[in-house]
Design a protein around this ligand. Structure first.
Ligand SMILES: *[C@@H]1O[C@H](CO)[C@@H](O)[C@H](O)[C@H]1NC(C)=O
Length: 276
């Protein structure tokens, strides 16, 4: 019983958790359902289509953008490497999507680890942001990549740099930042998102469980039922296998055979079918 309640609770939490709304500060907010649903670290589904950054990543060992300078090197002399989808290693940066090193290529620091990428929405700029983190506590690094949709041929990365303590900003401009322009490939390894079918399936299981649990509670509390009688609509469920068998027999014999049904409760399905 408690297992079932736990299951129902997790169903509810699961469906609700996907639509949580949290303010992360600075006008950057967690996605609302109308803004979209994150599929993985580099894919987002919204009403207009899928924003898919996979095609602009570099599946090889090196990052798509390597050692890029900030637009003002006096303000920020660092060199930045970034790949929106495939992790890379660079010196002390391990399994990272974003890495910063000083101008002498020493002292590499990860400013975005693989697996931390999360889509946000910037209300002030009206753009999507992918946010990455690395490290913990005082040493935590945060990188915000603004996704700028543009149908130009070349993908560009502009480094804005370290705007406040260990919070880095950059702007990625690409047609893949536009919903629907870089459709995800269909095939194995692309199934991490929940399809419409699986959501329907989860809801069906939830509703079925609720029906039996609430029904049993009702039968016990209101009708004082005990034993097998607490199952709601018991006679219907007992009769269901016979009804299905008869249905199958009827279809396969085109209604010509004499249906031999063991005497079930209530009216026999045989007479019902013959009268049709
Ligand atoms: C670059 O940054 C430095 C230091 O913050 C600043 O003095 C300078 O005006 C900036 N240059 C430009 C072109 O913004």
């Amino acid at each position: 019983m408690s297992t079932v309640l736990l299951f129902l609770l997790s169903c509810w939490l699961f469906l609700n958790g996907r639509f949580a709304f949290v303010n992360a500060g600075d006008g950057i907010v967690t996605l609302t359902p109308s803004q979209g649903l994150q599929i993985d670290e580099c894919t987002l589904q919204n009403a207009e289509g899928v924003i898919n950054l996979k095609p602009i990543g570099n599946a090889e060992a090196s990052p798509r953008w390597k050692d890029h300078t900030a637009y003002n090197t006096t303000f920020d002399p660092g060199l930045y490497s970034y790949d929106p989808c495939y992790a890379f290693n660079q010196g002390a940066c391990k399994n990272s999507l974003v890495c910063r090193s000083d101008e002498n290529h020493g002292n590499d620091i990860s400013i975005g680890k693989q697996g931390t990428g999360k889509f946000f929405y910037d209300n002030d700029a009206s753009t999507y942001i992918v946010q990455y983190t690395a490290g913990e506590g005082e040493n935590q690094m945060t990188t915000n990549v603004l996704l700028q949709c543009a149908t130009m041929v070349q993908d560009t990365l502009e480094i804005i740099g370290d705007l406040s303590n260990n919070v880095y900003f950059m702007t990625l401009t690409s047609r893949c930042c536009c919903p629907g322009l870089c459709p995800p490939e269909i095939g194995p390894g692309n199934d991490s998102g929940l399809s419409f079918g699986s959501i329907v399936c989860i809801m069906f299981v939830c509703i079925t469980f609720s029906y039996f649990i609430l029904g049993m509670v009702y039968m016990k509390a209101a009708r004082g039922a005990s034993g097998a009688e607490i199952v709601p609509h018991l006679s219907f469920w007992m009769d269901l296998p016979n009804l299905i068998m008869d249905g199958v027999t009827y279809v396969f014999t085109c209604g010509k055979s004499t249906i031999s049904t063991p005497e079930g409760p209530g009216t026999g399905p045989k007479s019902t079918y013959e009268s049709i």
